[in-house]
Ligand binder design. Structure first.
Ligand code: CIR
Length: 263
């Protein structure tokens, strides 16, 4: 199957998104929507075929679809997001994925946001965030073990999710913001450091054509990716970032050519 990605449209209620700091000026759903459309176009230019699920006005954060499901091997685990206001986002995403893959649903008391799950090779690095608890990490570990994945818990500091500050450039290289995630967590991998003062500079998306989507408002991200030997593709996501969303969180992706699939 060709590489694919599932996205969810930005609702008008986007202005009421969860934010770690009050948004001033208020969040702008129209601007976020334009940026979301640009993001989708860049995913397609890099080799993903995309499907856009409709927005849900009752869930302001619904465009951050990554948090609602994790792809592992030939299956998906629908999550139980750590913030209660987001749990109603999961069912429509799980239903859409069920047309493609078997889907299992995570159960209470486990909580896990997909933004905390970084797959590199046969390891799933999972953030010890406020959204993802030990039961969530263990549920994912049990789900993923039959596919040959090992789970590695990773402490994080001052960021929402693990992938707010660490993502993969290829199957043996990670881009990390060292102030939020210790490079020591990624034993055996090449670690590239993102400079500057914004952890989100380490939040990038691998395209099937091997280019790397980076946030256009964080030029240090493109610089780190380029210096590491990859080709950065800038994408405007500044309004989505004001709601604490990064590039990864706007889609659930599956690349071709992998023996196993993952985030
Ligand atoms: C939230 O706080 O849940 C949203 N405003 C942002 C979620 C971002 N998700 C992600 O990076 N995976």
């Amino acid at each position: 199957m060709a590489p694919w990605a599932v996205l969810r449209a930005v609702p008008d209620s986007f202005r009421d998104c969860l934010t770690r700091r009050p948004a001033d000026p208020p969040l702008d759903p129209m601007r976020a929507r334009r940026q979301h459309q640009g993001y989708r176009a860049l995913l397609e230019s890099g080799g993903f075929s995309t499907r856009l699920l409709p927005a849900d006005e009752a869930h302001p954060d619904c465009c951050f679809i990554e948090d609602t499901a994790v792809l592992v091997g030939e299956a998906a685990l629908a999550t139980r997001p750590g913030h209660a206001s987001r749990r109603g986002e999961v069912a429509p995403v799980a239903a859409a994925l069920a047309a493609i893959l078997p889907v299992r649903v995570m159960e209470s008391p486990a909580t896990l946001d997909g933004g905390d799950v970084l797959r590199v090779g046969q390891r799933l690095f999972v953030g010890e965030s406020e959204r993802t608890n030990a039961a969530g990490r263990e549920a994912l570990a049990r789900f993923a073990a039959p596919y040959g994945f090992a789970m590695v818990a990773v402490p994080i500091t001052g960021v929402l999710h693990l992938k707010s500050a660490a993502t993969a450039l290829d199957e043996s290289t990670v881009l990390v913001f060292p102030g939020a995630v210790s490079p020591d967590a990624f034993a055996g991998l090449r670690v590239v450091a993102a400079e500057g003062d914004d952890p989100e500079a380490a939040n990038v998306v691998r395209l099937p054509d091997t280019r790397i989507l980076v946030a256009a408002h964080l030029p240090q991200s493109a610089a780190a990716v380029h210096a590491a030997g990859f080709t950065p593709v800038p994408c405007e996501v500044s309004e989505l970032a004001r709601a604490d969303g990064g590039l990864t969180c706007l889609s659930i992706r599956r690349r071709a050519g992998l023996a196993t699939a993952g985030p």
